[in-house]
Design a protein around this ligand. Structure first.
Ligand SMILES: Cc1cc2nc3c(=O)[nH]c(=O)nc-3n(C[C@H](O)[C@H](O)[C@H](O)COP(=O)(O)OP(=O)(O)OC[C@H]3O[C@@H](n4cnc5c(N)ncnc54)[C@H](O)[C@@H]3O)c2cc1C
Length: 482
């Protein structure tokens, strides 16, 4: 993750520098000179110094680099309202982001060429932790919410593998993890939101109030509004987690066992991965049972009937928090090695179960260690009956597999990145041919026609929502949908 390279002083200096916007030359001015439009009064700051703009042109992918004109560090929700209205009037584009240089997008999804990036990490207050839900600012990270909720024995029911992502950022895309088979995605577990639409209106929405906006914003890729607050479901969780990891040689049996486990629900978390093994691939099941000390899980009962390779089972116990935060040590190591800053041409796919075995085999047969740069390959199923957000597009099947090639480009050269992005595109075309869908957080070049096909048969609804909530197309141009 890129750390902020600018100083507080440069922030203040630049904030003091700009007072107006000159539409004719599309530039900023230090005084309100003739032809210039004064900037709205802000509780926070509008930053324009080169270091801030360079940081806002970066994300986790390190592939796209679109330099904005300014970064809004909001001091209040009202700042976001004011800046969206201003942008709308001046024909500027806006995107929310986890933070300056801290976007976890892989392909510029949170970037805006010559527009305004809103650093949502500036609004990160946890307003309330209740018995069944938490009311939080969109810039709060899942990690922070979990730390605040766990003392009361509560957790969001579904967590991403990596919990440093922002609540607004994952609600804009989906938010999947190993509990999704039971709970759906994070977008299926948000109860209410405050959203600033592309028209600059602050609207509270839920299944009972402004339902169209609620349904549009969940997994709406930032197209219809900036989520400023969310009421997120909380559930009771036991304090401990037992993790079982075991290897399969047989893909068919691996997929069948995973599907069986998400149907019978004997574990609380079901994931899996493809791992390099003896010049080929093996399949690693990762399942977890939560428990309270004194009521330890019955291993033999839980593992009965599973076809993993004898002698490969590893069982470990830990706290629920350490389980949820399990990637932290690996991420710290990758950061220390500098590999975290390498380009990440990721590919994330939703594959219909009926075609999963053949498709996974086809992709793996064309994938080498060098294509992955030691990045993991995730493979695990969830149930489409749990999905409630219309714009989270999943294939038509009872079970769908998340199949993610989380590549690191090694060497980190433009040539290597171009090669891997091209491979992503070729695999995406095959995925589309078998009725699969992209999980659009990754690095695949998409045309507007690809997006229309992606949202089909709901493209008309997506397009209508844009006309309703962001008719001037102010918001989130990074994906190139409109
Ligand atoms: C290391 C790593 C691990 C990951 N693990 C998982 C995982 O396990 N499961 C999973 O589902 N995903 C995972 N992701 C993908 C991640 O969920 C998406 O990239 C997500 O969009 C990143 O969120 P962010 O908080 O960094 O937001 P950003 O990258 O800053 O923004 C993402 C998108 O949402 C928009 N946006 C951001 N905030 C708001 C807001 N408040 N309102 C409206 N739009 C907004 C942005 O404009 C952009 O289009 C992972 C990514 C990384 C880098």
């Amino acid at each position: 993750m890129t750390s902020r390279t600018f100083s507080r002083r440069s922030m203040l200096q630049s904030a003091l520098a700009a007072a107006a916007f000159i539409p004719a030359t599309r530039s900023w001015a230090t005084t309100v000179e003739p032809g210039a439009v004064p900037l709205p009064a802000l509780d926070g700051q509008l930053l324009m110094d080169p270091a801030t703009l360079a940081a806002a042109a970066e994300d986790f992918g390190h592939i796209q680099h679109r330099v904005p004109w300014a970064v809004l560090v909001p001091g209040s929700v009202q700042d976001i309202v004011a800046m969206v209205r201003f942008a709308r009037c001046q024909g500027l584009r806006i995107a929310g982001s986890r933070g300056i240089g801290e976007s976890h997008s892989a392909f510029g999804q949170a970037q805006v060429e010559a527009g305004i990036v809103i650093d949502m990490s500036a609004l990160a207050t946890i307003h309330e932790i209740g018995p069944t839900s938490a009311w939080v600012d969109a810039g709060v990270r899942w990690h922070e919410l979990l730390q605040a909720a766990l003392p009361a024995g509560k957790s969001p029911p579904v967590l991403t593998d990596y919990i440093e992502l922002s609540i607004g950022g994952t609600l804009s895309v989906g938010g999947i993890g190993g509990q999704a088979f039971r709970w759906g995605l994070q977008v299926d577990n948000v109860l209410e939101m405050d959203v600033v639409t592309g028209e600059g209106e602050l609207v509270r929405c839920s299944p009972w109030q402004e339902r169209t906006l609620f349904d549009s914003v969940r997994a709406g890729l930032g197209q219809f509004g900036i989520i400023v607050r969310a009421r997120v479901r909380l559930v009771d969780v036991p304090p401990r987690a037992r993790t079982y990891i075991a290897l399969y040689n047989d893909l068919s049996r691996f997929l069948a066992d995973q599907r069986c486990l998400i149907e019978d629900g004997r574990f609380d978390y079901v994931e899996g991965a493809v791992v390099a093994s003896g010049g080929g691939w093996a399949y690693q099941l990762e399942v977890v049972k939560y428990f309270t000390p004194g009521a330890e899980p019955q291993d033999a009962t839980l593992l009965a009937g599973l076809g993993f390779q004898p002698g490969t089972l590893q069982v470990t116990d830990g706290s629920y928090f350490d389980f949820a935060n399990r990637l932290a040590p690996l991420v710290a190591l990758l950061q220390q090695l500098g590999v975290w800053e390498f380009p990440h041409p990721w590919l994330d796919m939703f594959v219909p179960a009926h075609s999963a075995e053949a498709f996974v085999q086809e992709v793996l047969s064309q994938t080498t260690d060098a294509d992955m740069g030691q990045g993991p390959i995730l493979l695990y199923p969830f149930r489409t009956s749990k999905l409630t957000a219309p714009f989270l597009r999943a294939p038509a099947d009872t079970h769908v597999f998340l199949f993610s090639l989380l590549r690191t480009a090694i060497p980190p050269t433009p040539e290597k990145v171009a090669e891997l992005v091209q491979k992503n595109r070729a695999i995406f075309d095959r995925l589309t041919a078998i009725g699969g869908k992209l999980y659009p957080v990754d690095a695949v070049p998409m045309s507007p026609a690809d997006w229309r096909r992606h949202f089909s048969p709901y493209w008309w609804r997506f397009d209508l929502a844009k006309q309703l909530f962001d008719p001037a197309r102010v918001l989130t141009p990074g994906q190139g949908i409109f």
